[in-house]
Design a protein around this ligand. Structure first.
Ligand code: AMP
Length: 291
């Protein structure tokens, strides 16, 4: 497994890959890897000749009062996870490699970047779209994998790929969970034992919403109210949002039909966690699908 830190090494590796007519897959992460990230690696491993994992805690996707400085870093265990998943190369650039001068060029997917997560974190998706663009420019991957857990990120990146005419394919991987349903997240390490127990309410609220839709509920506001009520019943949870939106436009839906995203966010102490599920709904059927 190669460890790559600078642009020249990336370009050499990409040239070599292309000369051999090999395909290349990229899994972008911020490190502190867990089984959720590994699922993305496993999803791409059989699809490509060369599998690249990027680890970069991207400053431009953090707001001024967010946890950039404290974000967990765990390069030794990340390396072990990567080896075990048969990654060919780990790209672990310094901030000065990705941002050689103070940035004035950004990629912004307007509109859908200002709702849900974007309403609380207005520059977050601009940072995500910008860093993913840089990774695409450097690695020219045939395919990238993103997790369902960050469904809005999937929607934003998919729109960016389409609008900027990137030929790169996007694979979405189901959310990996703890046995009690909590979605794995690098930020779960911040939770106290009591908050960790309380955090399972996110998954429970999605389950309650899914059951309501299975019983025939099609009113978006009522499903959203059910989600919110489930989260507000947990004293350690502070609800940020509980919404039912169109899976492509992220606009609220009044009547559930077609593909909808059911998404929740809440704070447990100082830790903000997300969860979601995507549903394909028609009059008498509902299926869970990927974003
Ligand atoms: P991060 O390092 O948190 O930026 O995440 C990198 C990628 O891993 C993103 O595409 C996430 O959606 C994905 N990811 C994070 N947690 C999970 C999970 N529990 N299940 C599936 N994918 C995940």
């Amino acid at each position: 497994m190669q460890w790559v830190e600078d642009v020249d090494a990336v370009r050499r590796l990409v040239a070599e890959t292309r000369a051999q007519q090999h395909t290349l897959g990229l899994v972008p992460t911020m490190g502190a890897l867990h089984r959720g990230h590994v699922a993305l690696l496993h999803a791409l491993r059989p699809e490509v000749d060369r599998l690249v994992l990027s680890i970069f805690v991207n400053p431009t996707q953090f707001g001024p009062r967010e946890d950039f400085a404290q974000y967990p870093r765990a390069l030794a265990s990340d390396r072990a996870w990567a080896e075990a998943a048969h990654v060919d190369a780990v790209f672990c650039p310094a901030t000065s490699v990705m941002y050689p001068i103070p940035p004035s060029t950004f990629v912004q997917v307007e509109g859908i970047d200002q709702v849900l997560e974007g309403a609380v974190r207005p520059t977050h998706f601009r940072g995500v779209a910008t860093v993913v663009s840089k990774l695409l420019n450097l690695w020219t991957p045939d395919v990238i994998a993103l997790g369902q857990k960050d469904a809005q990120q999937v929607v934003v990146v998919r729109r960016m790929l389409q609008e900027l005419l990137w030929p790169t394919r996007l694979v979405v991987v189901p959310t990996v969970r703890e046995p009690d349903g909590l979605a794995l997240s690098s930020r779960n390490v911040y939770l106290s034992p009591a908050e960790r127990q309380a955090a399972v309410v996110l998954h429970r609220s999605l389950d309650a919403a899914l059951q309501a839709v299975r019983r025939g509920e099609r009113d978006g506001a009522r499903v959203a109210a059910e989600l919110a009520a489930a989260i507000q019943a947990e004293p350690l949870a502070q609800l940020d949002y509980a919404v039912v939106v169109d899976a492509a436009t992220l606009a609220p839906v009044t009547r559930l039909a077609g593909r909808v995203l059911v998404a929740v966010a809440a704070r447990f102490g100082t830790t903000r966690l997300l969860d979601n599920c995507c549903l394909a709904v028609d009059e008498d059927d509902v299926r869970t699908v990927l974003a």
